[in-house]
Design a protein around this ligand. Structure first.
Ligand SMILES: *[C@@H]1O[C@H](CO)[C@@H](O)[C@H](O)[C@H]1NC(C)=O
Ligand SMILES: *[C@@H]1O[C@H](CO)[C@@H](O)[C@H](O)[C@H]1NC(C)=O
Length: 482
């Protein structure tokens, strides 16, 4: 039983990328400024950063690898450890499947990025509640973790980088509910109202990540955000098994995400005092689109676009070793040949494990069981959501209403509380959506937009799901998603 449907072979992985904007600031004209070493006079106040990987499990290796890499860039750039808050589950470096114990890499020939990364919030402490408390600098709201928060003042610059799975209006979290877009934007507004930053830049990698800010992020709170994808497409994983640019053969997992490695590999080599957010946005956008073929995603920008004329130095600092590598306006980074859609990246992992296990071994059986469980969870979720749509709206109208995409610039859903309630109702009857189920978030939004009441949803969910499948992917052990 070595052959699986060709479906497995034709997967392509996608990740979400961010983009930076390019504008030449007037200061570039002053050669004297170039030659000066970084000093407090270049940026009054302090640079803060929050780095968050929202996933767990070896099949999601790449998100924690991204975050570790980002940490190294910021430290080389001159940020202090006390000003960088790291959220990551921390189950990768010493995972039994990791071929290099204690080491995490973010590209095939890359060095260790794990060393020195602080364990501020790990395991179940990586949750939406702590993320918001850290951003708001509210220590008393924290549960667990190192207690480090963004204790910023009015002159400070804040950089937030988030990488994980996502869906329309949501970002993943290893524990507890997902992050919902309305809550995140409220937190940003609250942070602004507290007068505790000058400017804030948010780089976001996740599927459908444009939906997190579209129609929600104000233009007048000094926040500039770029997202790996627009509101309705996947983002992409890269350096995946099977790619010519893939990981060393002993790795059965993707090493990075396309948008993420694009901004980081750019930041790795340039003098960031001469490169603007806009210039990086353009480079990252070009690399993430994947050469215009069927894979790749559209990097978007939201919020106060004027901020993108800032040099990256104001947020990321700069590595003195790159002082002679000023920005040149062309993308000479390799573009990735065969990224994989984020929704399918875990399948690549389970398939690769299955493929590599010796025939007839216990390992092979386990790998096959895992693969089938993942597949059966996917089918269960896809089928029940579709069935619920048909029960609510009829066989013809069901799929149309569930998949409806509002015009560009519109917010995903009018009533976020309704959307959260629909998710809970679904999960009560049908089991957890889990990571893969995030792709159906738009359906829950549209059920609310169509005016369906929670009681109707409960009734059809009970009809669609007679019992909750016993499969670990369908269990409720990690709590409701909303
Ligand atoms: C901090 O969090 C606590 C607990 O959630 C809350 O009661 C308090 O109002 C928060 N403080 C601020 C300044 O938001
Ligand atoms: C940059 O170039 C100058 C002049 O060639 C040289 O003296 C300096 O060491 C170089 N700096 C770095 C970091 O390579």
């Amino acid at each position: 039983m070595d052959t699986l449907p060709p479906l497995f072979l034709s997967l392509s992985l996608s990740l979400c990328l961010l983009s930076l904007a390019t504008l030449v600031s007037a200061r570039h004209a002053l050669a004297g400024d170039f030659l000066r070493l970084p000093s407090e006079s270049d940026t009054r106040g302090t640079r803060w950063a929050v780095l968050l990987a929202g996933s767990w499990g070896y099949s999601n290796y790449r998100h924690q690898a991204d975050v570790c890499h980002a940490y190294q860039i910021l430290r080389k750039g001159g940020l202090k450890e006390e000003n960088i808050v790291v959220f990551m589950y921390d189950d990768i470096a010493f995972n039994e499947e990791n071929p290099r114990p204690g080491v995490i890499i973010n590209k095939p020939d890359g060095g260790d990025v794990y060393e020195g990364v602080p364990k501020d919030y790990t395991g179940e402490d990586v949750n939406a509640h702590n993320f918001f408390a850290v951003l708001l600098g509210n220590k008393s709201a924290l549960t667990g973790g190192s207690g480090k928060v963004v204790d910023s003042g009015p002159d400070d610059h804040i950089f937030i980088y988030f990488t994980d799975h996502g869906g329309a209006g949501v970002l993943g979290m290893p524990a507890g509910p997902f992050i919902f877009a309305d809550d995140l934007n409220e937190v940003l507004k609250k942070k602004h109202a507290s007068g505790t930053y000058k400017r804030l830049v948010f780089y976001l990698e996740a599927c459908e990540s444009g939906s997190i800010f579209e129609g929600l992020l104000p233009e007048d709170i000094n926040v500039y955000a770029t997202t790996a994808s627009n509101a309705e497409e996947s983002s992409w994983g890269t350096y995946c098994p099977g790619d010519y640019d893939g990981p060393p053969p002993e790795y059965s997992t993707c090493l990075g995400d396309l948008y993420s490695i694009a901004w980081m590999e750019d930041s790795d080599i340039h003098n960031l005092r001469t490169e603007t957010l806009h210039q990086q946005y353009k480079l990252v956008k070009e690399r993430t689109i994947g050469g215009g073929s069927y894979y790749g995603s559209h990097v978007m920008q939201y919020g106060d676009i004027d901020l993108s004329s800032d040099v990256l130095f104001q947020y990321l600092g700069t590595n003195p070793a790159n002082d002679n590598f000023t920005f040149v306006d062309e993308n000479y980074l390799r573009s990735s040949s065969k990224p994989v859609n984020q929704h399918d990246a875990d399948l690549i992992h389970f398939w690769d494990k299955f493929r590599k296990a010796p025939g007839d071994s216990a390992k092979k059986n386990t790998a096959q069981k895992q693969l089938l469980e993942v597949m059966s969870h996917r089918m269960h979720i896809d089928n029940t959501v579709q069935l619920i749509g048909k029960l609510l709206f009829g066989v013809e109208k069901g799929p149309e209403i569930l998949n409806n995409v509002r015009p560009v610039g519109s917010v995903l859903v009018d009533d976020w509380a309704c959307m959260k309630a629909m998710v809970r109702t679904f999960e009560t009857h049908c089991g957890s959506l889990s990571q893969y189920g995030m792709k159906h978030m738009r359906s829950f939004a549209n059920i609310c937009n169509a005016g369906i009441k929670n009681e109707q949803m409960a009734e059809v969910s009970a009809q669609a799901c007679v019992s909750i499948p016993a499969n670990p992917w369908s269990s409720l052990q990690r709590g409701f998603s909303a």
